[in-house]
Ligand binder design. Structure first.
Ligand code: PEP
Ligand code: MG
Length: 310
């Protein structure tokens, strides 16, 4: 079946009834763009910019960043490219931003929280992105990581707009942000759910810790309930809800996520063919039925089984 999916024609993401589901790529830089285009990504749903900063003792200059961003954007003329502002901390520590003395860095100053304490770095990154977008044909969207309440979305989106970003949004990867998604969507133009962190924070299980790895399962109905809440909020606000965590790369779970209201799925390009093929086997009504079945389960394993038989 895997081979069949790989050989199937590359079409835009859609369900059997024609409902569109944008299929996007997760990338870490310009080195990943050729594969994404070749495998039919309709754009980028998550550009993790940390990789540009990882090896440095300080942030790259605006000019250096602008060159890197422009090179990525140029690979997607006329397409959406969602760039994530620097997500430093926890599993992605940066020496010049993070305090290595924190006892629980996943619960500490990471993502937008640490950018707010170094606003110069955030301003420089947003400026470089706006300047790069002005030179290319891609449609640039920019989102903040690790947002936990509406005020943080108001802060980020206002600053991004001030610096020339046309479509600012936020990631939903903390349960509080999922529960308050409708308020967040008053300032954010879109939300993208990061299921890796959303699972970690919902199940209170460190994503880097092997002893609790069994809890790091995005099929968990508690995670799916939060996704459903965000899906409802997005539909009510008429704004885009995407998924950019690993969950989107699991074909059966991708169907459930669409049933819960996701309009786009972003994944490692290698997963696009299988997800594309699976989506074409169900109508929106069937996807919603699988989602409803998964939501009634009491564990990740039970949710998987319930969706499979719905
Ligand atoms: C996530 O948390 O699901 C996500 C997409 O971001 P990262 O894995 O880079 O934290
Ligand atoms: Mg994350």
């Amino acid at each position: 079946e895997r081979r069949a999916a790989a050989n199937a024609p590359i079409t835009p993401g859609a369900l059997a009834d024609g409902t569109k589901v944008q299929l996007l790529a997760n990338i870490g830089g310009v080195k990943d763009t050729a594969k994404a285009v070749e495998l039919g990504a309709e754009g980028v749903g998550l550009f993790r910019t940390e990789f540009l900063f990882l090896d440095s003792k300080s942030a790259p200059t605006v000019q250096q960043q602008k060159e890197q961003y422009a090179a990525v954007l140029k690979a997607f003329p006329g397409k959406k490219v969602v760039v994530r502002a620097l997500d430093a901390g926890a599993d992605k520590p940066l020496s010049f931003l993070n305090d290595s003395e924190e006892e629980n860095p996943a619960l500490g100053l990471r993502g937008l929280r640490v950018l707010r304490t170094h606003e110069d770095i955030l301003r420089e990154q947003l400026t470089a992105l706006a300047e790069a977008a002005a030179e290319t044909e891609a449609e640039l969207w920019v989102m903040a990581p690790m947002v936990s309440e509406p005020e943080e979305s108001e802060y980020f989106t206002a600053l991004a707009r001030e610096l020339g970003i046309k479509v600012p949004g936020v990631m939903v990867e903390v349960p509080s942000a999922a529960l308050l998604a409708s308020q967040i969507l008053k300032s954010a133009d879109f939300v993208s759910i990061g299921t890796n962190d959303l699972t970690q924070y919902t199940l209170a299980a460190d994503r880097l810790l092997g002893t609790v790895a069994a809890f790091q399962d995005p099929w968990h109905p508690a995670v799916l309930k939060l996704v459903a809440e965000v899906g409802r909020a997005g539909a009510a606000a008429g704004k885009s809800v995407g998924i950019c965590g690993e969950a989107a790369a699991d074909p059966a779970l991708a169907v459930v996520l669409v049933g819960l209201g996701a309009k786009s799925l972003s994944m490692t390009p290698a997963a696009l063919a299988d997800v594309r093929a699976e989506l074409l086997t169900v109508t929106l009504e069937q996807a919603q039925a699988r989602a409803a079945a998964a939501l009634t389960a009491g564990s990740a394993a039970a949710a998987r089984a319930a969706a499979a038989t719905a």
